[in-house]
Structures are given as structure tokens and as C-alpha cells.
Design a binder for this molecule. Structure first.
Ligand SMILES: C[S@@+](CC[C@H](N)C(=O)[O-])C[C@H]1O[C@@H](n2cnc3c(N)ncnc32)[C@H](O)[C@@H]1O
Length: 315
């Protein structure tokens, strides 16, 4: 299997956004997670009248996407922003509602490949893990400074790690010896904390702890919780939002908001639907979709994707 900078479920995302784009006179799509711009590029190529607003909190992604999408600079506006700031960004561009919104959550393979960023347990680097390196605390600061109970909570809840307390005890023991300063040291501590039989299943044992730290460093779940409802508010009627999650906690948040948005608020038992209380959104399909087996073989990042889509039907 190879890891490439290929965009996950690219054709499916385009097909899902197409009806909303094609039915609008001057369509606008927000790519909330621009990354290397793969989804945006495909959308701009396919729809000649489409305008895209691309957001990313990572300045290096912004620079790379800007140069990759340079020939479309008249139709794409690229903004360094966190995606829960989408309403403010749209306001600043004089845009009200939009026809499509795409979230391709998590880290990019480009970020994983930049070993010095500290996202990858398989490459030795400083423990940074910030998507926006201009602000916020690093993974090392968390490992050095958080209390035992907070570290356990993070690694257990965000990493879904059964052996969180053993890992944290070893992290704390290491503090007395000067702390953990590199990704390899952390990966080794995690490995040694996990009983041998458990180490033999479920891939690299460091994966879950690294995921947990990355989520905490970047406040990923809190931001997603704020971002989804704020983004839904800015969808035009007929507008669609597509979200791709790569771990169950993200997908749970998306599912909860989509379920609430597509439920009628008319009290159960009333014989008629009250128009103002009717659902303002509908699911484009029930549940979530996965990537195809051939795509997973080509691009291992597609393995864990869960894609959900929603459409606005009323204001
Ligand atoms: C998986 S990549 C996107 C790849 C892109 N769709 C492509 O095809 O090239 C996710 C991107 O979202 C960015 N990102 C993650 N969380 C973010 C947030 N809260 N606000 C803005 N950007 C975010 C990351 O920096 C990363 O560049």
C-alpha cells in the first residue's frame, strides 16, 4: 500500500456536490479543509462557473495549495483560518449563503510526510503536532505539563486506548528523567507500556496515543462541534454539505448534528406538521459511506473514512 497526496473519495464528493452546484446561477463552494487543494482543483476543473473559498489553518498547506491552484486564482479565494471561523470569513468576503461545503477532516498525508511537524510515530522529530505552527501549545508541552488525570482522559477518550493509565504512568516517570523530547521516545514508551499480547494486534501501538495528542493539541473535537452547526447555517436551499471523518469521535459529532438537523421539531402526536418546526435539512443518503476496496488499496488513508452528506430544504 502506498500513501500519496491523493484526495479521498474525490469522485464521490464531486458527484454529491454536483446537483447543488449545477442548480445555482453563481455557485460558491467552501472547501473548509483545503490541504493540498485536491478536491478544490477537481471542482474548479469540472464546474467552469464555480467559485471556491478554501480554508486551512496550516500556513504551509495554504502556500502549497495557492501555488497548485494558481491558474484558478480568479475563481478561488484562499484564506488562512480555522474552519469554525467560516461565517466570519464569508462575511468578510461579502458572501451570504453558499451552495456547497466540504470537510475532509484530520491531518493530510502532506503533513504526515513533513517529518519535522511531529505528527508521525514512524519518523523521528520534535513533539510539535500543531497544524497551525504560529500559535497554540505543542504535544511536548502537553506531555510535560498536563496532570496525570488529564493525560489519561485524553489518551483514553481521544485515542480509545485501553492502556492509557499505564502509558501515562510511564510518561510521568520519564518526566523525572528530563521528559520526552521526540516522537521516537514517545513511541517507545507507548510500546513498552502495552502488554506484549496486545501489542501484536491492531497495528502500531503508538497510533492511538499520537492521534489522542494531535486531537488535544489542535482542539479538533471542540472546533468541529462549533463548526458543523455554524456551517449548516450558511447553506443555501438545495445546498449540500459533505463531511469525511477519519475516526469514530469525529464521525459521532457529525452524525449527531446531522440527525438533529434532519428531525422535525413538531411535537410527537400532533396530527399535522407545523411548517416552522419542520426539518430544514434532509440526509442525502442514510448513514455513512466508505471508500471502495480499490481506493483503499491505492490510498491507505481512505481505509477509515466515513462520508456523510446533508442538504438544506428550507430556511
Ligand atoms: C485531509 S487534509 C485535506 C486534503 C484536501 N481535501 C486535498 O484533497 O488535498 C485536511 C486539511 O485540513 C486542515 N485542517 C484540519 N483542521 C482544520 C481546522 N479546524 N480548520 C482549518 N483547517 C483545518 C489541515 O491543516 C489539512 O491541511
Amino acid at each position: 500500500m502506498k500513501i500519496e497526496h491523493t484526495s479521498v473519495m474525490l469522485d464521490r464528493c464531486i458527484a454529491l456536490l454536483a446537483p447543488a452546484i449545477e442548480s445555482a446561477k453563481s455557485p460558491v463552494v467552501v472547501d473548509a479543509t483545503l490541504g493540498w487543494g485536491g478536491h478544490s482543483l477537481a471542482l474548479l476543473e469540472k464546474f467552469p462557473n464555480l467559485k471556491v473559498v478554501g480554508l486551512d489553518r496550516d500556513k504551509s498547506a495554504i502556500a502549497k495549495a495557492s501555488s497548485r491552484l494558481a491558474e484558478y486564482s480568479d475563481r478561488i479565494t484562499i484564506v488562512h483560518a480555522v474552519y469554525d471561523e467560516m461565517p466570519e470569513v464569508l462575511n468578510s468576503l461579502g458572501l451570504k449563503n453558499v451552495d456547497g461545503i466540504l470537510f475532509d477532516l484530520g491531518v493530510s498525508s502532506m503533513q504526515l510526510d513533513q517529518s519535522e511537524r511531529g505528527f508521525s510515530y514512524s519518523q523521528d522529530a520534535q513533539l510539535d503536532m500543531r497544524m497551525d505552527q504560529s500559535k497554540g501549545i505543542t504535544a511536548k508541552e502537553i506531555l510535560d505539563g498536563y496532570s496525570r488525570s488529564d493525560l489519561i482522559r485524553i489518551i483514553r477518550d481521544f485515542g480509545e486506548e485501553r492502556f492509557a493509565s499505564r502509558i501515562v504512568d510511564n510518561i510521568i516517570a520519564q518526566r523525572q528523567k528530563g521528559g520526552i523530547s521526540s516522537t521516537s521516545e514517545l513511541a517507545q514508551i507507548v510500546k513498552e507500556s502495552i502488554p506484549a499480547p496486545a501489542r501484536r494486534v491492531g497495528g502500531n501501538p503508538a497510533k492511538r496515543t499520537f492521534q489522542a495528542l494531535r486531537i488535544e493539541v489542535n482542539q479538533e473535537l471542540e472546533i468541529l462541534q462549533r463548526a458543523i452547526p455554524r456551517a449548516l447555517e450558511r447553506l443555501e436551499i438545495g445546498g449540500r454539505m459533505v463531511v469525511m471523518s477519519f475516526q469514530s469521535l469525529e464521525d459521532k459529532i457529525v452524525k449527531q448534528f446531522f440527525t438533529a438537523a434532519t428531525e422535525s421539531k413538531t411535537p410527537v402526536g400532533l396530527p399535522v406538521e407545523i411548517a416552522e418546526l419542520a426539518a430544514k435539512f434532509k440526509l442525502v443518503f442514510r448513514g455513512s459511506e466508505k471508500a471502495s476496496e480499490p481506493e483503499i488499496t491505492e490510498n491507505s488513508r481512505a481505509q477509515s473514512v466515513r462520508l456523510r452528506a446533508i442538504e438544506r430544504v428550507a430556511f
